[in-house]
Design a protein around this ligand. Structure first.
Ligand code: AHR
Length: 330
C-alpha cells in the first residue's frame, strides 16, 4: 500500500496542472492498470437538484481530472440516502483510494462510514455535514457556514425594514425550506427562526421546496392560495426563488422590493446562476446570500496533504459574500 501511495504521489507531483474542459475524467472503468496509474476517487454526489449542485459537481470534476492524475468515479444519489450508501459500498469493493461524499442529509451515515474506515479509505465530506457519533469516521469536511448565510439574509431584511420604516408587525413571512434534514436547510431555517423570535415577525408557513424550482413554484402557488397576507418569502435556495417568482407572477402579483406597495419581497441563497444574479439586479429578488460551490481545489489540496502524510484541517469553511444590487454593495 505504502509503495503504491509513493507511486501515486510521484504521478501527482508530475501531473498537477489545471484540467482541460474536455478531459476524460468521467470514465469510470476502474481497471487494475488505471488503479496503478491514477489516484482513484469515488465521488458520491447527492443529486442534480439545483444550479449550485451542478456547479459543485463540475468543480470536483475539474480538480480531480486525468491531467491531475485522477480516475474519478461519480455516482449520482438522486436525492436518496440509500443510493449514496450503495455507492459508498461499491467504492469500498472497488478499493478506491479516497471517497468524497456530498451527503443529502446529516444523519444515518455511521455504519457505512465505519465500513469505509475499516477498509482504510479516507472519506472527505463536502458541502453538507454528517452527524456521526464518532468524528474519526470522516477525515475532514469542506463546506459553508449555513447559519451565517441565514444571518446575512435576516440582517439584510432588518436593514431593509428599518430603511423603509416598516413595522415588524407588518412582516408576514413564508419560509420555503430546502430538503429537510440537510445542513443547508437546518442552518438557514435556524437563522430565520431566531430572527422571527427576536423581532416578532409573523412566520406564516414553513414548507419544504426540496431545493428545486418545480417544487418551489408548486409550494408558492399553494401558499398564495392559503395566505393572502404573505409579503416576504425566504427561499432556501435560488432555484426555489425562481419557482416562487413564477408562481407569484402567474397569480397576478409582483415580486419586488416595494413591500409597502403590495409587492412580495423574495430573499434567497446561492447566487451561482446568471439568471439568479440578474433577478437581483432587476429587483425581483431582494438579496442572495452567496453559497460557494467550488470545493474542487480544496479537495485536491486535502488529497495532496494526505498523500504526503500530512493532516488536513478537520473542518474548512469556504468564503462567501452577498449578491446585492450595485447601489447596495459595500
Ligand atoms: O447544500 C447546499 C445547497 O444544496 C444549495 O444551497 C442548494 O442549492 C443545493 O441544492
Amino acid at each position: 500500500m505504502k509503495i503504491r501511495y509513493i507511486l501515486i504521489c510521484m504521478i501527482c507531483l508530475l501531473c498537477f496542472t489545471a484540467c482541460g474542459k474536455n478531459g476524460k475524467q468521467e470514465k469510470d472503468d476502474t481497471t487494475q492498470s488505471n488503479k496503478d496509474e491514477y489516484i482513484v476517487v469515488g465521488f458520491s454526489q447527492l443529486g442534480a437538484e439545483s444550479d449550485w449542485r451542478n456547479a459543485n459537481t463540475e468543480s470536483i470534476k475539474k480538480s480531480l481530472c486525468r491531467e491531475n492524475g485522477f480516475e474519478l468515479i461519480i455516482e449520482d444519489g438522486q436525492q436518496k440516502q440509500a443510493n449514496q450508501i450503495m455507492a459508498i459500498r461499491t467504492f469500498i469493493q472497488k478499493e478506491v483510494d479516497f471517497i468524497v461524499l456530498a451527503p443529502v442529509t446529516e444523519t444515518g451515515w455511521d455504519t457505512v462510514l465505519r465500513e469505509a474506515k475499516d477498509a482504510g479509505i479516507p472519506v472527505i465530506v463536502i458541502d453538507r455535514m454528517v452527524d456521526v457519533q464518532d468524528e474519526s469516521l470522516f477525515t475532514c469536511w469542506i463546506g459553508s457556514d449555513f447559519v451565517s448565510e441565514g444571518n446575512r439574509v435576516v440582517d439584510w431584511l432588518r436593514d431593509y425594514l428599518d430603511a423603509n420604516e416598516i413595522e415588524d408587525s407588518q412582516v408576514h413571512i413564508a419560509d420555503i425550506q430546502g430538503t429537510l434534514g440537510a445542513s443547508a436547510q437546518i442552518g438557514r431555517t435556524k437563522a430565520l427562526d431566531a430572527a422571527v423570535e427576536q423581532y416578532g415577525w409573523d412566520l406564516v408557513a414553513q414548507v419544504s421546496g426540496d431545493f428545486t424550482q418545480t417544487k418551489g413554484k408548486e409550494v408558492m402557488a399553494n401558499l398564495l392560495d392559503e395566505h393572502e397576507e404573505i409579503n416576504v418569502v425566504y427561499c432556501e435556495n435560488d432555484n426555489e426563488a425562481r419557482g416562487a417568482i413564477l408562481a407569484i407572477e402567474e397569480a397576478g402579483k409582483v415580486a419586488g422590493t416595494n413591500l409597502l406597495e403590495g409587492e412580495i419581497l423574495i430573499l434567497a441563497f446561492d447566487g451561482v446562476s446568471r439568471v439568479a444574479q440578474d433577478l437581483v439586479q432587476e429587483g425581483k429578488i431582494g438579496c442572495i446570500a452567496e453559497c460557494n460551490p467550488n470545493h474542487g481545489p480544496r479537495v485536491l489540496e486535502v488529497i495532496r496533504k494526505l498523500l504526503a502524510e500530512e493532516q488536513p484541517e478537520k473542518l474548512f469553511y469556504v468564503t462567501e459574500g452577498m449578491w446585492l444590487k450595485p447601489d447596495e454593495t459595500q
